[in-house]
Design a protein around this ligand. Sequence first.
Ligand code: AMP
Ligand code: MN
Ligand code: ZN
Length: 898
Amino acid sequence: MYHKLHSAMDSLKQNDTANSCSQGANLDAQDGEDKQFCPGYKDVDAFVKYGLGSVLLATKASSGLPQTGDEFDFYRSFPGFQEFCEVQGDRLLLCMSQIMQHHSCRSRMRDRDKLTGLEERFDLVVDANDVILEKVGILLDEADGVNRSQQPVMPAGFQPPKIVVSSWNRKGSSSGGRSETFRLLQAKNIQRPQLKFKEKVDNSNTPFIPKIFIKPNALKPLPSYFAIKQIRKERPEDLDVPAALADFIHQQRTQEHIEEMFVHPYQFELDHLTVPDSLLSKTDPKMYKPIEETSCSFIETLEDLVALNEKLNEMSEFAVDLEHHSYRSFLGVTSLMQISTREQDFIIDTLELRSEMYILNEAFTNPSAVKVFHGADSDIEWLQRDFGLYVVNLFDTHQASRALNQARHSLDHLLKHYCSVDSDKRYQLADWRIRPLPDEMTLYARSDTHYLLYIYDCMKAQLLDFNHGQPGLLQSVWNRSKDISLKKYVKPIFTEESYLEVQRKQKRSFNTQQLTAFRLLFAWRDKLARQEDESTGYVLPTHMMIKISEELPKEPQGIIACCNPIPPLVRQQVNELHLLVQEAREMPLLKAEIAMQKTKGLTPIKKPEVTLFGPHDTSRVPECTEPHFSADELPVKQGVFFSDDDHKSDDVQEISGLVACAKITLFEEPETKEIKKSHSVAQMKARRIIESFENPFRMYLPSSGVHVNENAKFDPSSKIFEISKRWKLQTMEQQQRELESTKKAKEEAKQQAKKAAEERHKAKESYKESLQNVATIRQQTAECAKADGKKRERVPSEAGPSTPKLSKKLKSAEKSLKTETPPQESFKAFDYSQSDLKVFSDTKSKDNSQFDPNRQTHDAKKKKMAAGKKGNSGAGNRSMSYLAGSSNRGFRHNWPKR
Ligand code: AMP
Ligand code: MN
Ligand code: ZN
């Protein structure tokens, strides 16, 4: 036995030396090829063989150790054994600590402090394993030719740009360039600019309301709503009246201004803007100044900004472009503004001057100055969203390029074509939050506007030539540009259906469990992203969300395995995610799905290959050969809650079918043929009658006697598990038979479609009814306040899928939370007073319910404590209580398209 232990130790020791050997080898390999790969070994293969042998020996020896339990306890009664174990144990822990430290992981393995329990140490090992394996993955990728340094200064998670080497880029750094850009990529510790913002970001699930409060160059005054700060900033909470009355007053006020709130502030001016003849007639293009001879001012103070505005007011045209960051922010942040006149370039630090940028409205809305943009669609939205800036008299060279029918419409193409300049569009996706701005990025940013006025001249001339001097085509470009400047920023709004839009794009068929998982994960992701002010792609990339939904891992570890690399928030909240997946697994697999799986030999849905562009890539899943379901042709489901219901008497089946109808109102699917077929007209009638008596809140009630024990169902050791499994198999057979015997259904199909429509309508109605039962946000806030005492909890205003089962579960897990049923209140659409409209709030507000990125840092400790030691299970308990209330606000996701 001692011998076994010794040999285990020895092989581990050898392993350890082998390990450090390989690290040395890595360095060597970088230094020069001719050096020996690893001293003492002929080649990599020899080394790997040796390493594997050692690992094998160690594994064997360790499994030969006395087992926990009686055997181990017996040996442990000998002091010699005990001492030996202690010594070797310490050695092992030291060894592990060293390896972990080497990989810069947390390591307190050897800390014999009893406070760090086994569990925590285990977590440390798991974390370290993840990190090391991740590194291995990256190195293997690199060895495989996936060279990550090809994606410089990109925030992880974006697609690789086309690589065009620009002349100026090449000049500055022929060989050093790569390491330089690589270094930037490594610049990880970029301070979150959001922390500096004077006005905090409003990520609430409420419509965007324009930020403008002064309107220069107005032909029609700014609506009182925007002009009178008092109204904007007065929150119902601050009124010295009872809450209900405050709500009412606030609602009245808001209603009064609703039209004003959503109209484009410069609609009137833009409607009445006419292009002067001078802009429709031919002029000679004015050559740009060489970029090296042009001064470039970096603007980061209010004085400089004011001076720039003055200067721009004198101009008859200037070019504008923006750089944007969207990975570490929910809505995105405009990080840079470039402006070029014929003589000068300006770069504005819009992170620094975010709250002052509105000053530029004077120049930007001055109708006598042309603002030249290239592809302004997003820019127009970002200007509104971040600064309350609008553009009057826009010329978009992208629109001009389209009108001219050019081969490609990108700016780099125009630069090449008109100015023979190669631009390096790699920088387009750089992390524009980096400060101070590296020279290369500054140069790139400048080149986006520096040549634009000349390009504008050329294109104007060409548009006139195109039409033999007739201004029609040019006029159309002005018109299109105007349409773009009339665009309004729309905030991404979460609705119960949002997930379907994303799911549909994936072109995969999901069964009910998978779809449920996707829906729950989607809601979790949206909520967390808003709360933490991160992009949804940062929280949990879509392709990982798809993978988790498809695989429905049984263990938290399985969720981790679906993600590589593991997004930090996933790691932190893996228990929460696990609960969601469990919740999804509790959904019944519907007959049709089981049949489908059976015909497929129960193989899981085939996944198309996903091209990953970055570790957190959110996008681009290639088309899949699988047939996919659109929202209205989702996997067919009949009104059977659990597939094992089939064996109950017909009556029970009927009723359980009705129960299911209530449960699945969200999905709005047509009923499937098979079950309907077995109903006679009379039965259908009866069914509808019974249905009309059915309590619409049935789905929220605990399951009646119909089902025995939910947990037992999923416990492989239980009888019920066994039975239900057998039933499922029987069901499949039975269904197969049914499928074969019924091919005559064509005629009935029409009838059924009609009925399905009816059902859907009813489902909608009952869903609407159920909404009425949802408490208003204010009431919930009050409830929370009551329950929490002085500590007021944030109440999400997000609309979301109700997850009754989950919250039930969570509640029982966390007894301390309130369980009163929310008071009834009638639901009203567009009731903004009920919403978390931060726009109405003062920035210095002490209202805890408002999002405040700063608070993260201050409250981090408190939060952690509340969330429990591991910070995940507890944190999750609060998060899934979405309200169904705001479902029909009618706003949809609308990300700026690029
Ligand atoms: P540009 O107008 O080309 O300078 O682009 C402005 C901003 O749009 C960049 O800073 C990026 O944040 C974003 N952007 C441009 N092109 C893309 C793209 N292909 N994918 C994602 N974001 C983009
Ligand atoms: Mn741009
Ligand atoms: Zn740009």
